[in-house]
Design a protein around this ligand. Structure first.
Ligand code: KG4
Ligand code: ZN
Length: 367
């Protein structure tokens, strides 16, 4: 259960643990009394090699790999930050959403350390950690508009404050990272698909294949990528056998369709959210999640932000993908507000940031 203790006015030093998917990560960050953050260490071990053979993350393998690696990763994060467990103000761990085996490994480790050291424990929503990262990297304070694009999520959120989110849009089928990964698989490109498709697209002709711009012009800002993926499959079948330049052209055409569609959806959200944003950070737009690494998408989003009077913020690539620093930072933000969790805090494979959001028609079970 989350309880509210006295707000912590001084500076915080927090350990963050991330094990919700296939990265085993730990980090130490500080948050000073003015709310400014600093990363003291940020250690990420990717399990990519362990899953590559299977073409996707295998939950049981992920949980075992977290168990094997986490103690060492936590110790390395503390040593690199030059702090001991006794120096910490709190210990934060991702408690959802994500794969349950990994979440249990990370949250149990965090709780055990908190119990042994008599420190506050913070059960962090992984999506909240992504959403608050701009506070750590760019000093952006809520309210702001945020696009979260990863392998599991594609959401537009109004970040109103710590623990307060309004979901403006979500995908009604595949997440954008998933669409990149499936397109890569279909075209025989290596995993992870996003970077491989982006590289191929650089060499390709984006106007060779005519592909749909999903949801463009629709009155609600939701996303959809399943139809686009099917259109790529049909285009690929029509051009088979595929030469490498056919693959490059398909990737370039796919990426252009994605950028166009996302740009249109974000434009709509900016028109809706713009008038609501009058905080210290003005009209700020933040993008995060693994797909935020995509240069074509960043270019499209930079343009749409400029057109609508929004400042554009994208965390550095290493803080877009899963990491411990974002978890530690969310923990520090919550600790500053006196929001701590009991050692009975559950892990939640599904944990939407805005539980009241109306389900998008056709949406699957993704949080
Ligand atoms: O946030 P993330 O590291 O993990 C979660 O899904 O939580 O995101 C991973 C996703 C993968 O689908 C990957 O293909 C995609 O982000 N991705 C990219 C790029 N880099 C990673 N997609 C497009 N372009 C990229 N450069
Ligand atoms: Zn993530």
């Amino acid at each position: 259960m989350t309880s509210r203790v006295q707000t912590q006015s001084g500076s915080q030093i927090v350990l963050g643990i991330e094990t919700s998917c296939d990265e085993t990560a730990a980090a130490v960050v500080t948050r000073d009394a003015s709310g400014a953050g600093r990363i003291l260490s940020n250690v990420v071990l990717s399990q990519f090699d362990k899953h590559a053979l299977y073409g996707g993350v295998v939950p049981e393998i992920a949980a075992r790999a977290h168990t094997e690696a986490l103690d060492h990763i936590v110790r390395t994060a503390l040593v690199e930050a030059n702090v001991t467990l006794a120096d910490l103000s709190g210990i934060a761990a991702s408690a959802g959403p994500g794969l349950i085996g990994g979440l249990i490994v990370g949250a149990t480790t965090g709780k055990a350390l908190a119990l042994a050291m008599d420190k506050p424990f913070l059960a962090i929503n992984h999506l909240e950690a992504h959403a608050l990262t701009a506070g750590l990297t760019d000093g952006i304070r809520p309210p702001y508009l945020m696009l979260l694009v990863s392998g599991g999520h594609t959401q537009l959120l109004l970040v109103e404050g710590v623990g307060r989110y309004q979901r403006l849009a979500t995908t009604i089928d595949d997440a954008l990272g998933e669409a990149y990964d499936k397109t890569a698989k279909l075209l025989g490109l290596p995993m992870p698909g996003g970077p491989a498709v982006e590289q191929a697209a650089l060499r390709g002709n984006a106007s060779r294949f005519t592909l749909p711009r999903p949801m463009k012009g629709r009155a609600d800002p939701n996303f959809s990528f399943a139809g686009l993926k099917t259109a790529v499959r049909h285009a690929a079948a029509g051009a088979a056998p595929l030469s490498s330049s056919d693959v490059d052209d398909l990737c370039a055409s796919f990426q252009a369709a994605v950028s166009d569609s996302v740009r249109d959806r974000v434009r709509l959200a900016m028109e809706t959210a713009g008038p609501l944003l009058s905080g210290a950070s003005g009209r700020a737009f933040v993008v995060a999640g693994g797909v935020a690494a995509n240069a074509a998408l960043r270019t499209a989003l930079t343009a749409v932000a400029a057109e609508h009077g929004f400042s554009f913020h994208a965390p550095p690539l290493g803080l877009c993908t899963d990491n411990g620093a974002m978890v530690a930072w969310a923990g520090a933000e919550r600790l500053a507000l006196g929001l701590i969790d009991g050692l009975d805090a559950p892990v939640k494979p599904r944990w939407p940031l805005d539980p009241d959001a109306v389900k998008a028609r056709g949406a699957g079970v993704k949080a």
